[in-house]
Design a protein. Sequence first.
Length: 393
Amino acid sequence: MKPSVLAVPAALLLVAAGTATATSSPADQGPDHRYRVSILDALSGPRAFGAAINSRGLVAGASTTDNGKLHATIWRHGEPVDLGTLGGPDASSAVLWPGTNDAGAVVGVTQTDDVDPNDEPWSCGAFLPARIGYACVGFVWRHGEMRALPTLGGTHGFATDVNNRGQIVGWAENQVEDPDCNPESGQVLQFRAVRWDHYGRRTTELPPLAGDGVSSATAINDDGRVVGISGICDQAVGRLSARNPVVWDHGKPRLLPDLGGLAWDTPMAINERGDAVGFANRSAADGQSFRPLPVLWTADGKLHKLALPDGYAFGQALGINKRREVVGVALSPDFTKCTAMLWRDGKMVVLQDEVRPTSLDLCNANHINNRGQITGEATDRDSGKVVGFVLRP
């Protein structure tokens, strides 16, 4: 999820972006700059990021508040709107995947005040300020109201994406104490991929591949095709729970090809053509270590590696639009530097080189809409703050 979620199933790299920076020399930029860059203001704290942008330009993501918590946020015409949480003042929430549709519905995760009897860190532990002992669930936000999405009988849930038919996907715990869960990770209960229809009114479990115990769904398109991961319980932030990338057609899982790695193979987004993007561990030699390469799965089931710039060994593809324009992040060998990427027509583009000289170091590009607008996360060298951004062609 993002080295941030399930596989770092986002992992999306929202966590790494908070500390990594990459710079581009203005001298290397041509006279023509393809994008205008806008900063997404935080609610009141030092950090904000954009995770999703719909066809109307509505951006969803998260921002810190003055008490240090992270709150799911949308930006309307550049102005931040706090979506709140389903817990008290110590709770956090966020939109972490491309979790918005063209009608303006938003999905993500929120901490609650409900007690977790198993004290699991759950998937939220990779993205939100620690709050062990309380449940974290998926939410849908519509018409100004945040509502919890049901689990499969267990404590926790997580929502990632919503399509224009009102179908939401993610994963949730059931009541099975899975012996394959890794006790060192703190995970106790089994979890399965979920599709919530009609904005959460009906819940359907999406099973793992035969021989696997857990599954997680990361994205859905308007045809109802779902991508995600299948594996063993291990932990709820990827690794061996992401040993197999999968696509669900009509609710049945089908294995996608990988690069031979043993863990951390995660589709992150899917377009209306059925093309999916994400990341795959580079080889079996890496074992359970996180060593991702950005990849594209075309609708015909073929796997394509995406190129990385010099000096960057790893990366993740995080978003794709109907024109097969792909965005994501490139990472240095030691994971201390990152730069936002675009892959278009088989060519690699460092987005820093596509904007006018700016104080922003564009770290990761999380989503691209069908108009070619991109949102993500950057570091402002002048203020030292981590900020969200929007690039407009």
